[in-house]
Design a protein around this ligand. Structure first.
Ligand SMILES: [Zn+2]
Length: 483
């Protein structure tokens, strides 16, 4: 039996609905068949004005067949993310009350035009594997052998020009032997609920022969996706690393900054955690060497850094210094709080990196000069200086970690695109001093250097013959020991 054959049987059993064009006989076919959304989802859609998608993945050609029921009041234009139109095929529409699908018009820039004001059903195919082979970018689509990573914004046709908070529900059907994992968590009946606005900032999502391990960890559920084909890594090594990194983040923020997160692990030939990326809506892609051992996972800082990104609202490019700076600055202390490194080691890494963050000749404020040094280390210096100011002005009662904890508690995670002004106002209020707002006004615009060396001296944090130590005779050494 072809993989698709076994899948079809599986779908009939799982959906138990009269689906469009679904049959179990026939010859082996490599393309996915359309499956209409299930009846309960459609009833809910009518009530709530939700766009309901049913997506079928075919591993043979790594393509998708998508059927989407749009509610009455929908706009007449639909689009996938800019640049992804080329792999959108066979777009058809059936108007409300019509008997049959007809080809849907396409604009010159690849958008789909369909009169849906009274509701409609759209269906189309998406050549996802082909898109991933050409785009080779995890933020849009990347194909790696039997695996395809692509956020739903690449392959779900979304209404254009309607409300950002319009509801979206999608179900992904995969055949036996394949899995789908996404930063959009799976709810009842396999439905993943979101909004049109959040769909545009979709989290990482992947299809393929993945083992998806669900990890319920204190206040968060992780979907950890590990490869089952090609190079592999044991879940027994990965899961403790995930939990320890989450504990580090919780130790500084008070809670984990997401209820659900997807961690997509791809395995390379090395022996270390090579790199990580995080994307809006609590999802992380990690590249890990197949020979990485327990000790190396124990020393890793990458995952803690990526998880900390969840605690900062997504910023436009000009302000990625805030996203990178907060993660770079907070990560060593997060790991120190759970004993993964000593406090002195935490300081040492920052002392090494801080000089890269000072403005070079001609540099303007952090919002205006976007170089590696200014983004990562200028951002880290900003938050060290903010932390120093908050601690000294509140007699050590509050920290910049508390400010971010308050931002997260108010809902300001990377699933949102709140402005820094809005997030910082919440942080300032929580710690009782307007340090973040004052500093944004100053360092965002002007290329003024940070006076961090003087503040490190007051704390007694200095390099000695045996590495970084805290000088007990310094004016604020007690504060440094509380960091
Ligand atoms: Zn980062």
């Amino acid at each position: 039996m072809s993989p698709l054959g076994s899948f079809r049987t599986c779908v009939v059993a799982a959906l138990s609905v009269a689906s469009v064009g679904l049959g179990c006989g026939g010859a082996s076919v490599s393309k996915a068949s359309f499956v209409g959304p299930a009846a309960p989802a459609l009833a809910a859609a009518r009530d709530a004005g939700t766009s309901v998608y049913s997506v079928v993945y075919a591993p043979d050609d790594q393509s998708l067949a998508v059927e989407a029921v749009m509610p009455a009041g929908s706009p007449s234009t639909f689009a996938v993310e800019d640049g992804s139109e080329r792999w959108l095929e066979a777009t058809e529409v059936k108007a409300s009350g019509a008997d049959a699908f007809v080809p849907a018009a396409r604009t010159s820039d690849g958008m789909v035009r369909a009169l849906c004001s009274a509701g409609c059903t759209l269906r189309y195919r998406y050549a996802l594997g082909a898109a991933g082979k050409i785009r080779r970018d995890i933020d849009s689509a990347r194909t790696d052998g039997p695996y395809v990573e692509a956020p739903p914004s690449t392959w779900l046709l979304a209404p254009v020009g309607g409300r950002d908070d319009a509801k979206v529900s999608f179900v992904v059907h995969v055949p036996e032997g394949s899995a789908f994992v996404s930063g959009f968590p799976e709810g009842e009946g396999g439905a993943r609920l979101t909004t049109v606005g959040q769909l545009r900032r979709s989290p990482y999502s992947a299809f393929g022969p993945l083992e998806v391990v669900r990890v319920d960890d204190v206040d968060v559920t992780f979907s950890v996706a590990l490869p089952r084909k090609g190079k592999r890594i044991a879940p027994d090594l990965v899961i403790p690393w995930v939990k320890k990194s989450a504990a580090a983040v919780r130790a500084v923020l008070g809670k984990f900054p997401a209820k659900h997160a997807a961690l997509l692990v791809s395995v390379t030939s090395g022996d270390d955690v090579e790199v990580g990326f995080s994307l809006a809506g609590s999802s992380i892609v990690l590249r890990v060497g197949e020979r990485t051992n327990k000790e190396t996972f124990g020393r890793d800082w990458v995952l803690t850094h990526e998880m900390l990104h969840f605690a900062c609202p997504s910023q436009p490019d000009a302000r990625d210094w805030a996203e990178e700076g907060m993660a770079t600055y907070i990560e060593p202390f997060a790991r120190a709080r759970v004993g993964l490194v000593s406090r002195e080691e935490a300081w040492e890494g920052l002392l090494d990196g801080f000089p890269n963050g000072q403005p070079a000749r001609g540099d303007q404020g952090l919002d205006r000069t976007r170089t590696w040094g200014r983004v990562y280390w200028g951002g880290a210096l900003f938050f060290f200086e903010a932390d120093y100011a908050i601690r000294t002005r509140t007699d050590g009662k509050h920290t910049v970690f508390d400010a971010f904890g308050a931002i997260v508690a108010s809902g300001g995670t990377n699933a949102t695109s709140w402005s820094l002004e809005r997030a910082f106002a919440i942080g300032d209020e929580a710690v009782g001093v307007p340090v973040l707002t004052e500093m944004l006004t100053k360092y965002g615009v002007t290329g003024e250097p940070f006076s961090y060396t003087q503040h490190l001296a007051e704390l007694g944090v200095r390099r000695g013959p045996k590495g970084v130590a805290i000088d007990a005779s310094a004016k604020r050494s007690a504060m440094a020991n509380e960091w």
